[in-house]
Design a protein around this ligand. Sequence first.
Ligand code: SF4
Length: 227
Amino acid sequence: MEADSRIRSTAARQSRHPAAGPALTADHANAPSLAALGEEASGCKRCDLYRDATRLVFGEGPRDARVVLVGEQPGDREDIAGRPFVGPAGRVLDECLAEAGVDRNICYVTNAVKHFKFTQRGKRRLHSRPNAGEVRACAWWLGAELDVLRPTLVVALGATAAYALLGNGIKVTAARGQVFVPPSGPPVLVTIHPSYLLRVRGHADVAAARDAFVEDLRHIAEHAGNP
Ligand code: SF4
């Protein structure tokens, strides 16, 4: 057991993946810069999610980022702030990146879907998972972000991002901690979405889930390298 974890901590399993997801295969927007893309995206009506969300939440990070972290969609806080990963899940992500020794400055963070999808329950807006059609529609923007950035590694945080990048057939529980090389586009490291850590109950289970996430994130440094 100890030997296994030593091997896992030194190198992520890397394998060829037979397919790429819509963000790497479908047509996408074409703009000279991230700022131009963000401006163009702000008027997007490619699916219905723009109707109820407060605003579009585009990706954010340095233009020369070598690593792109892709989540599912903005949450309630992100929808209000207009920035990705600034809510509770973003705080957990930042803490775990720091624990994994990953320099946040080499990372660009974005989502597979740029508008918040939710169900209204009284005053609360409850997260609702985007469907495959919405992910495909929004791949127009994610594909464009990746085209401008040309990262050396993309990290799929959760099942929606894994679908956007690698298509069907990836089960996050089995694939996490592994790097997949699709026929087109950069290698993709698969792991959980940090919001999962907010739903786990019990001290021991929380600690174990967090440790496993940090271990997955350590592979970022192996594949992309810190400056
Ligand atoms: S979720 Fe994406 S595709 Fe749908 S309207 Fe928003 S930006 Fe456009």
